[in-house]
Design a protein around this ligand. Structure first.
Ligand code: 5GP
Ligand code: MN
Length: 345
C-alpha cells in the first residue's frame, strides 16, 4: 500500500510560495522537549537549511542528555540558558516561525507572547488534541503518533523525500520511536511502520537510536528507578490506579537530571489491571504531573480539566502551583468522580 496522508496541509500552495525564496526561519518546540519535540525540530531544521533557508532552533528550556546526540544539537538556542533577548530578537526578526510538537502557545511559557506578537508567518506541525488555531499554516493531525511523522509528511508533500539524509532520518526516527513507546503503544499502526521503514531506507540507524535513547542510563537514574519501584509506587486497585509522588529532596538525593523521571510512569501502567498511572514530581518552580492511561480513559481530559495541561488520550501532562501534598490530595480526591470510567471495561 502506498503512503497516504489523511490530513494534508490545506493551503499547501501558499505554503510552497512562502518557501520559494530564502527565509529567516525560527523553529520552536515545547518546554522540556522530549525526543519527538527535539527530533522533529532538528530534522525539519536540516531539511530547511538544505533548501537554502537560515534556520535557528529555539527550545524554551534544557532537555535530557539522552537526546542531546542529535545532529544539529550544538546549534540549538536555549531560551532559559542563552540570553532571552537574543531569542526575542530571533523571533521578532523571523519571516517564518515553525511551532513543533505543541498545540497551544502556553506550552512555550514566556515565549508564547513573543510568538503571538511576531509578524512572521506561523506554521503549526503537531499531533496534540484540541489545537489553539494561532498559525497561518497547519500540518496538524491528532491521529498521528508523532510530530516527526508530520514533518516527514510535510517533506513528502513538498516532494522532497530525496533530500532526507541519514542525520535527518535519525532525528525523525527518534521521534517516532519514542512517541510510540518503542513501537508498542496503541498509536503504532501501519503508517508508523511505513514512515519508519522509509527513514531507515534513507539512512536512519534503529540500533544506534534506540541504544542512545533507551540504554544510556546514569547509575543515579537506575538507583532512582529502583527506589521508586521499591518505596514510592502506590497502587489503588479499587480505582485501577497507580501513582508515584516524588519530593524535591528525593529528586536531589538521586542527583536527578532533566529527563531522569521520564518513563517511570509507565511502570505503574504495566501492572496487571491498572488503567491509570500518574507521577507527580516537585520541580520546585511548580508541581509537574505526567499521566498515562489504557483504553478509553482520557488523561487528556483529566489533565485539561484539573491540571492546566493536556496532551493525548493515553498520555498527557500538567502542573499545579500547590504543594506536592496538596497536589496528591487533589488527584486522589478526583478519583471517585472517575471511578465508573476507570472500572468500565
Ligand atoms: P509527559 O508526561 O511525557 O511530559 O507528556 C505526555 C504528553 O503530554 C506529551 O505529548 C506532552 O507534550 C504533553 N504534555 C505534557 N505536559 C503538558 C502540559 O503541561 N500541557 C499540555 N497541554 N500538554 C502537556
Ligand atoms: Mn510528540
Amino acid at each position: 500500500m502506498p503512503l497516504a496522508f489523511e490530513k494534508p496541509m490545506q493551503n499547501i500552495k501558499a505554503f510552497k510560495d512562502q518557501l520559494s525564496q530564502p527565509r529567516k526561519v525560527v523553529i520552536l518546540t515545547h518546554f522540556k522537549p522530549d525526543a519527538d519535540a527535539l527530533g522533529s525540530s532538528l530534522g525539519l531544521a536540516r531539511y530547511l537549511k538544505k533548501k537554502g533557508h537560515a534556520v535557528t532552533v529555539i527550545t524554551p528550556s534544557d532537555y535530557p542528555d539522552f537526546i542531546a546526540w542529535m545532529p544539529g544539537n550544538e546549534e540549538v538556542v536555549i531560551f532559559q540558558k542563552d540570553k532571552p533577548d537574543r531569542c526575542a530578537k530571533l523571533v521578532a526578526d523571523a519571516e517564518m516561525i515553525f511551532c513543533l510538537d505543541f498545540s497551544s502557545l502556553n506550552r512555550i511559557n514566556e515565549m508564547g507572547g513573543m510568538v503571538r506578537e511576531a509578524g512572521a508567518k506561523k506554521v503549526l506541525v503537531d499531533h496534540h488534541l484540541e489545537p489553539e488555531h494561532f498559525a497561518d499554516f497547519e500540518q496538524w493531525d491528532g491521529t498521528a503518533a508523532s510530530t516527526a511523522e508530520l514533518v516527514y509528511q510535510l517533506i513528502v508533500e513538498l516532494d522532497d523525500q530525496a533530500l532526507v539524509d541519514g542525520p535527518m532520518a535519525d532525528c525523525l526516527y527518534a521521534g517516532i520511536m519514542t512517541d510510540t513507546g518503542g513501537f508498542r503503544h496503541s498509536n503504532t499502526n501501519h503508517k508508523v511502520f511505513q514512515i519508519a521503514s522509509d527513514l531507515v531506507a534513507r539512512g536512519a540507524n534503529p540500533y544506534k537510536v534506540s541504544k542512545l535513547i533507551y540504554e544510556t542510563n546514569s547509575l543515579e537514574r537506575l538507583r532512582l528507578m529502583g527506589y521508586v519501584l521499591w518505596e514510592k509506587l502506590q497502587v489503588l486497585p479499587e480505582y485501577k490506579t497507580a501513582y508515584i509522588a516524588l519530593t524535591a529532596d528525593e529528586l536531589k538525593r538521586f542527583g536527578s537530571q532533566t529527563g531522569d523521571t521520564e518513563g517511570l510512569v509507565n511502570f505503574g501502567l504495566s501492572i496487571k489491571g491498572i488503567k491509570l498511572s500518574v507521577i507527580i514530581s516537585d520541580r520546585r518552580e511548580n508541581i509537574k504531573l505526567s499521566l498515562r492511561s489504557l483504553g478509553d480513559f482520557s488523561v487528556n481530559e483529566m489533565a485539561r480539566a484539573h491540571f492546566q495541561g493536556g496532551g493525548h488520550r493515553n498520555a498527557a501532562g500538567g502542573q499545579t502551583n500547590l504543594t506536592l501534598e496538596q497536589t496528591v490530595k487533589k488527584f486522589l480526591d478526583l478519583l471517585p468522580q472517575y471511578k465508573d470510567q476507570l472500572l468500565a471495561d
